[in-house]
Design a protein around this ligand. Structure first.
Ligand code: UDP
Length: 248
């Protein structure tokens, strides 16, 4: 049995939060950049329909289930993932492990000022963390090389890319070869907003019971259209999911 579940053509690791953080710590010991993505059902659905994006996701070194929809899909397919492993939770676990170590972090993404505030808040929370640079997530294509250069100059070996999906995964894939010191690049969506305090995470009750989507819908009703994709995703997994081989 492989430790991945093939959900509509996307090979999702069956790793929970702690196991994902363990893997990331191992990635630091290997002399190359590792890509970590955490797709939710909406992202998996768009990768199902788009071969190029599907290949890009499958090229990740670690792909965890961010969202209860993906966890349910794994159950439907008979290879249940034990828990939702959201990018934010994995990031917090890794941050806890790299305080007072030589590892260093670059924060990339969010509106102007958000990454700087996140840096300040993280330095207060994780005493001894080395955050060596920040850059906001609103840039022109011609700025891209400059951003990669800035990340290289910082010497960071851990990079949080928070541009939302699929922008962040595409940015990492496009720039991976330019980043000289980064060993782990994680696409973790709106996490900088949560670290900075400009957005709230759902209370634990909602997260524990697989209801974070409901909390976000209450807070951000404009997400309704995006969320309507969830029942369609569940239906597609039920109808087509078993036609994907699980043994590769
Ligand atoms: N963002 C960005 N550049 C862009 C578009 C979005 O930096 O061109 C940031 C945005 O400010 C927000 C994050 O990306 O902080 C996306 O958050 P969202 O909650 O939509 O992403 P999700 O976690 O749902 O993927």
């Amino acid at each position: 049995m492989s430790d991945k579940v093939n959900i509509l053509g996307i090979n999702v690791d069956m790793a929970g939060i702690e196991e994902a953080a363990d893997r990331i710590m191992e990635f630091f010991d290997e002399d190359r950049l590792h890509k970590v993505y955490t797709p939710n059902s909406e992202i998996i659905m768009s990768a199902y329909k788009n071969e190029e994006f599907r290949n890009l996701l499958n090229d990740a070194d670690l792909l965890t289930a961010d969202g209860i929809g993906v966890v349910y899909a794994s159950k439907i397919l008979g290879k249940p993932i034990s828990e939702r492993a959201a990018g934010f939770d994995i990031a917090c676990d890794v941050l806890g492990r790299i305080t007072r170590t030589p590892h260093s972090l670059f924060l990339f993404g969010g509106k102007p000022g958000v990454a700087e505030t996140a840096k300040k808040k993280l330095e207060e929370k994780y005493i001894g963390i080395h955050i060596v640079g920040t850059h906001n997530g609103y840039f022109k294509p011609e700025d891209e090389q400059g951003i990669a250069d800035e990340i290289n100059r910082s010497g960071a070996d851990l990079l949080f890319v928070c541009l939302g999906a699929p922008k962040q995964e595409e940015w990492i894939a496009r720039n991976a070869d330019k980043l000289r010191h980064v060993r782990v690049a994680m696409g973790i969506g709106g996490s900088l907003d949560v670290f900075a305090g400009t957005a709230e995470r759902a209370p634990e009750f909602y997260c524990k019971h697989g209801l974070e989507w409901f909390y976000r819908l209450k807070k951000e009703p404009w997400r309704a259209k995006r969320m309507a994709a969830l029942p369609k995703f569940a239906m597609t997994v039920m109808l087509k999911g078993r036609s994907f081989r699980q043994d590769q």
